[in-house]
Design a protein. Sequence first.
Length: 141
Amino acid sequence: MAATLNAYTPAEATQLVADACERIAQGDTVADAAETAGIDRGTLWRLKERSDELRDAYARARSLSAESYDDEALALARRIVADENATSEQIAAARVLIDQLKWTAGKRRPREYGDKVDVTSGDKPLAATQVIVIGDKRIEF
């Protein structure tokens, strides 16, 4: 496999990773994006490790895919609601897909799409202060 990787010039590797990243950002799976670029998933992973720039592009694409998943989930939900002839099986299947899309979006961009509420100030944990009040006395620690 190393010989295969060495067959790509830095410019070719950059273009292949860029093509795959564009598809990933649009919501394609890594395998589908790599196939569209003309390589396999393992080659894509190894090519992106060639430089910080390629690693960063891949990470950005994965993060951006959360928006695609969110859009897809909303569009699917709207289609199912609008379809008066949707069967209970179709509704159940749509619900499973919507849940998967929401889960994946939450993992890729937890601040925007995650379920966890992060109580911070400027991305730093807030200091917890305990207060004891006894009669007129107030003790903070």
